[in-house]
Design a protein around this ligand. Structure first.
Ligand SMILES: NC(=O)c1ccc[n+]([C@@H]2O[C@H](COP(=O)([O-])OP(=O)(O)OC[C@H]3O[C@@H](n4cnc5c(N)ncnc54)[C@H](O)[C@@H]3O)[C@@H](O)[C@H]2O)c1
Length: 382
């Protein structure tokens, strides 16, 4: 058993989930050869950093993230700060020879992501990226059905990652709405998940054409490190402009020649977290919706069946003993934490790491170029 000293950068939603996930790995993956020791957590908001020690079990806390990277007992870090900090934090971790579990999109802009990926691969540190929508057993099952040819030749692909988290016009103007702090808007946020998942299911995307819109142009500004991105601000608070897209729709073409659609939104009313896809082939189809994470619709032989996940599906038995008992979102992050710790222990890089998020970033770049040009844009090296 290898003990791995962990440092945390950013104690918001993801910082908490990473921390509890590390602690749960020995319960769900007892054979894991890496065992996390929570050494030090950083947040620029002192109250959050202090809470990380008290509530999450870190031995130390700090408001200076660089001391986490420099800490001699820290071998690996979780990068859970807002997008604009990913590049600086990841490059500093790489330079110090520390492995990282980085949150998507891993950099504010696609060029940042590719730069981080090149540096991490050159240095040979282990990486895992928070592309957790690959992990639901139903998604893994769907992927296997597609890869095994059970659906025949795939000829239709549709995906939506649409959410209501900012549908209220009084929803806080958090860092997610700033070009400088977030990069792109919904394209960076849910788009990084969607594009990765599309390619996980159906292979590389080679070109795209897309359009985007800001649907709620002004919002009440809030301080960094307060609330969540679901927060609603009432009262007399200054309204400031939203600087990146709320909605986007893309037509994409896969290397196989398959064409499909991807729609993204953070301001939709009526779909809370509809992260959904349908993939249709000449002999069958599958459809999945995160809001019903433990079910897969599988159409075959002219009829459709609702397949409830159970112990025969990938990773399910790690979390629940019997069919129909639901897994939850946080379990997807435990799977990620396991892959990260095991990769550090045995030296074998697992997916999704920097290579996979860099591939996604190249597609996001093509989509963003198409926002401007209105044309089909090829996916290219950055
Ligand atoms: N994989 C997923 O499903 C998922 C879900 C949510 C967020 N994310 C990603 O996780 C990251 C964090 O998102 P979140 O929702 O947890 O955000 P959040 O706003 O809840 O938390 C971010 C934290 O980082 C802190 N911070 C800001 N600047 C800092 C600095 N210089 N040094 C140290 N701490 C700093 C903030 O004070 C805040 O506490 C983002 O990149 C986001 O895209 C991924």
């Amino acid at each position: 058993m290898k003990e791995i000293g962990i440092g945390l950068l950013g104690v918001g939603w993801m910082g908490e989930v990473h921390s509890t996930s590390y602690r749960r790995v020995p319960v769900h993956y007892p054979e894991c050869e890496g065992r996390a020791r929570l050494v030090v957590a950083a947040d620029e908001v002192e109250e959050r950093a202090r809470a990380a020690a008290e509530k999450l079990g870190y031995a130390e806390w700090t408001t200076d993230w660089r001391t986490v990277i420099a800490h001699p007992e820290v071998e690996a870090v979780s990068i859970c700060a807002p997008n604009f900090m990913h590049r600086e934090m990841a490059l500093a971790a790489v330079e110090a020879g520390k492995h990282f579990w980085g949150e998507k999109p891993l950099g504010a802009l696609p060029q940042d992501t590719v730069e981080i990926a090149c540096a991490a691969e050159a240095a040979g540190v282990r990486t895992i990226v928070g592309l957790n929508y690959r992990n639901p057993p139903a998604v893994q099952h769907a992927r296997r059905l597609i890869a095994d040819g059970e659906l025949g030749e795939i000829n239709h692909f549709r995906m939506q990652f649409v959410a209501s988290y900012s549908a209220n016009p009084r929803g806080a103007l958090s860092w997610r709405f700033s070009r400088e702090l977030s990069g792109h808007g919904i394209l960076s946020d849910l788009g990084s998940h969607a594009v990765d998942l599309a390619m996980f299911l159906c292979g590389p995307i080679v070109r795209a054409t897309a359009t985007s819109a800001i649907l709620i142009p002004n919002r009440p500004k809030v301080q960094m490190g307060t609330g969540t991105h679901f927060s609603v601000v009432e009262g007399d608070v200054e309204l400031r402009p939203v600087e990146n897209e709320d909605w986007c729709a893309a037509l994409v073409e896969f290397e196989s020649g398959l064409k499909g659609t991807i729609e993204l939104s953070r301001v939709i009313v009526g779909a809370e977290a509809r992260y959904w896809f349908e993939v249709n082939g000449t002999r069958g189809a599958v459809a999945w919706n995160f809001e019903r994470m433990n079910e897969l619709e599988h159409y075959r032989d002219g009829g459709s069946a609702r397949v409830l996940m159970g112990p025969s599906h990938p990773d399910f038995a790690r979390f629940q003993p019997g069919q129909g008992i639901p897994m939850g979102y946080d379990d997807l992050k435990v799977i990620e934490a396991y892959r990260f710790l095991q990769s550090i222990a045995d030296g074998v890089q697992r997916e999704p790491g920097v290579r996979e998020i860099a591939a996604t970033a190249r597609v996001l770049d093509a989509v963003a170029r198409s926002f401007e040009s209105g044309a089909w844009e090829e996916v290219r090296d950055l």
